[in-house]
Structures are given as C-alpha cells and as structure tokens.
Design a protein around this ligand. Structure first.
Ligand code: FES
Length: 171
C-alpha cells in the first residue's frame, strides 16, 4: 500500500494554513500537551500535509500560532529530514547511505533509483514532478540493506533489481 503523497503542495502556498479544519485540528491538540511549544512537531507536520512543504511564510505562521520565534521554528524544522523546506515531488524517497548499508551496496540502489526516477542526482526532483530523492543516515534497519522510505512506506532489502517494482507502486 502506498503512503501519503504530497497531493496538495501547490494549493495556495501563500495562504495561511491554520484556518478552518486545520486550525481546529491543531487547537484540539493543545489540551494534550503541557505547552503550546510542545505542539511544534505536529504543527509542522500539518503544514506539510496541507502544502507539501514548509515555506518561510509557514514557519512564521507556526511561530505566531505557538508563540515562538521564527528562528526557533526554523531551527527545529531544519533538524529533521522528514520536513521539507522546499517544494518536493509527489513522492519523497529516502535512501540509507550510512556505512553498513553502503558496504552492502546502497550506492548501487541509489544509482538505480536516480536513473529510473529521472531525478539524476541526489536531492533533485524528477522532471515529471513525481519523485524527490535524498540520502539519509541510518534508518534503523541495518540488517535489511538497503532500506528505503517512500513517503510513509518502509521498504527493506531493496536491490537495484527491485527498484522498478517499488517505484511502480507510486504513480
Ligand atoms: S546503516 Fe542503513 S539502516 Fe542502518
């Protein structure tokens, strides 16, 4: 089963995110957390779900809503590879490139992914806007090289030969 794609990323990127149902969803979280600051990660996730990426305007909006500074919000957002600070393709692929997987051939898996997606290079988005591919540190599945994440889906033991089958699940 395919995970969450970024279908809404071109949906009015300069408009506020925390209005209507999204605002209600965030405010419903407040009683479950000790402070508003503690809602920062889910708030960033809501922005990404709504827009596909987290723009500087969205960072400023999150800061205002949670009573933080934009610098603080940006500092947190840049710490995690799961948050996109620039537009990405409909599907976001993360490939482990850390030493144990590298020794087991993750570079060949990466080459196959870059070639078959049309991304060409790490960090790029394919010309058809379908995929963005990045290399990440250990995904916690070192015994199942090469692990990759496509959106929210985990795939283990990916080989160059299996890449086409995995990609075909993400139109
Ligand atoms: S080194 Fe690749 S999953 Fe741990």
């Amino acid at each position: 089963m395919s995970g969450t794609a970024h279908a809404a990323r071109h949906d009015a990127p300069d408009q506020p995110v925390f209005v209507g149902q999204v605002k209600d969803k965030l405010e419903a979280l407040f009683p479950s957390y000790p402070t508003r600051m503690a809602c920062l990660l889910p708030a960033l996730w809501m922005v990404q779900e709504a827009r596909g990426w987290i723009s500087p305007d969205a960072i400023a909006e999150v800061a205002t809503v949670l009573g933080l500074t934009p610098a603080y919000v940006r500092g947190v957002a840049t710490f995690y590879t799961m948050y996109h600070l620039h537009p990405v393709g409909r599907h976001f692929i993360q490939v482990c490139g850390t030493s144990p997987c590298h020794l087991c051939g993750s570079d060949e898996v990466m080459k196959a992914i870059l070639q078959q997606t049309g991304c060409g290079e790490v960090g790029a988005t394919s010309p058809d806007d379908r995929f963005t591919v990045i290399e990440v540190e250990c995904l916690g599945a070192c015994g199942f090289a090469t692990p990759i994440l496509v959106d929210d889906d985990f795939h283990d033991s990916v080989t160059p030969e299996r890449v086409a089958g995995v990609l075909a699940r993400y139109p």
